[in-house]
Write a protein that binds this ligand. Structure first.
Ligand code: C2O
Ligand code: CU
Ligand code: CU
Length: 419
């Protein structure tokens, strides 16, 4: 923390060695270490300044996925950091508590850089909602889900830009760890789940099908907890859940196969081991105070985006020098995303949105909160109420794209400016 109250965080992108399979050290990439990156935490009102140094042999960028900030701080494909270079974005955190993340976003190379291991969480702390577990590493854990294909020597293999979706791995990593487990010591535990995979969709549930509560989506807490026994996450999406455990039990968190091509296979993800005695947790609060409903004004602008094939939106491949959409500052618009083929999702930088409907039907209750990434099932249309920010810059665009990184990299991405 500096004299003016600015909180500074240093991140260095580097190559390293880590053991994904025990006893088999392989090359991985990480921030400040060999694999993944530190969890950054800040609160609303904090002034933050990042010093991001690139110690790789190739250019990259670091994007703050979920952050509301000026376009030139966003870390998209225009904020290139050359090898040996340092980039120092700064902004004031001014958005509700949420589980965000950061990852590289170099033009055409995002899939490779993320698959090698560059990603981390960025938590915007709640001003403590009483009853919601919030002691990091005690009753509040980040879980980053990623799948890899591992060669005989333990190194991640496969071409993340091949095939229809790129990589669908058969080894499930949680926080970079294969066959991960966590010891818990309280009755209630909050998990902040991030799908940091290149392409895979997870259908998450516990082996005993116990129910749990969803308390937050990508961009903030829900109004009230929603009880479920399964939750689905596509790449880039986050969900915060609270789970109740009994003393001494062991529980498996799994992903179950679905039928949308990016969700094949049943896999165990994480073993949760509850201590023989658990500290009592307060009851989950009935209200969470999540951000208010996004109100769409009458005569709101409607924009339509058509996803077909895997390399274009509205028939246009991503072009770094073309601005696709110009949005008035502070606008609330309806974005209609039509998917004519196989699985895609849709992420918009800078904004918060709510899902109005999927093929005319209301979304699941647990997906009713503020989000920035949404699944668009094959042959369906998703309508979003999108709330744009007020940082104007007619020259520097933000991105919207499919977060299946193979699709993003091959051109399923567009650019908008806020003016
Ligand atoms: Cu998480 Cu434009 O990306
Ligand atoms: Cu983003
Ligand atoms: Cu896609």
């Amino acid at each position: 923390v500096g004299e003016d109250g600015t909180r500074t965080f240093a991140l260095t992108m580097q190559r390293g060695r880590s053991e994904i399979l025990p006893g088999k050290p392989v090359e991985t990439w990480g921030f400040n270490g060999p694999h993944l990156g530190p969890t950054i935490r800040a609160a609303r009102g904090d002034k933050v300044r990042m010093t991001v140094t690139n110690r790789l042999d190739e250019p990259s960028t670091v994007h703050w996925h979920g952050m509301r900030l000026p376009a030139k701080m966003d870390g998209g494909p225009h904020q290139t950091i050359e090898p040996g270079g340092t980039w120092t974005p700064h902004w004031t955190i001014d958005q509700p508590a949420a589980t965000s993340w950061y990852h590289p976003h170099p033009h055409g190379q995002t899939a490779k850089h993320v698959y090698r291991g560059l990603a981390g969480m960025f938590i915007i702390d709640d001003q403590s909602v009483p009853g919601l577990p919030s002691r990091y590493g005690v009753d509040d854990f980040p879980l980053i889900f990623q799948d890899k294909n591992l060669a005989e020597d333990g190194s991640p293999t496969g071409d993340p830009l091949k095939g229809t979706f790129g990589i669908l791995g058969d080894h499930m990593l949680v926080n970079g760890t294969y066959q991960a487990f966590v010891n818990v010591r309280t009755e209630q535990v909050r998990f902040r789940m991030l799908n940091g995979s290149n392409a895979r969709m997870y259908h998450l549930s516990f082996a005993d099908r116990r129910t749990f509560h969803i308390v937050g989506n990508d961009a903030g807490l829900l109004a009230a907890p929603v009880e479920v026994d399964q939750v689905s996450l596509t790449p880039g999406e986050r969900v915060e859940v609270v789970v109740t455990f009994a003393a001494g039990e062991q529980v498996l968190l799994r992903t179950l196969a679905g039928s949308d091509d990016i969700d094949e296979g049943d896999f165990d993800l994480l073993k949760i081991v509850a201590a023989p005695r658990l500290a009592a947790s307060p009851p989950l609060p009935a209200r969470l105070g999540g951000p208010a409903t996004i109100v769409v004004p009458p005569n709101a602008t409607v924009r339509r985006f058509r996803l077909n094939g895997h390399d274009a939106i509205n028939g246009k491949e991503m072009d770094m020098s073309r601005i696709d959409e110009v949005i008035p500052a502070g606008a609330v618009e309806i974005w209609e995303i039509e998917n004519t083929v196989y699985a895609h999702n849709f992420h918009i930088h800078e904004v918060a949105f709510q899902v109005l409907d999927v093929d005319g039907d209301k979304p699941a209750a647990y997906a009713s909160g503020h989000k920035d990434t949404v699944y668009v099932p094959p042959k369906s249309t998703v309508r979003l109420a999108v709330q744009f920010g007020r940082f104007t810059d007619p020259a520097m665009p933000y991105m919207y794209h499919c977060h299946i990184l193979r699709h993003e990299d091959s051109g399923m991405m567009g650019q908008f400016v806020i003016v």
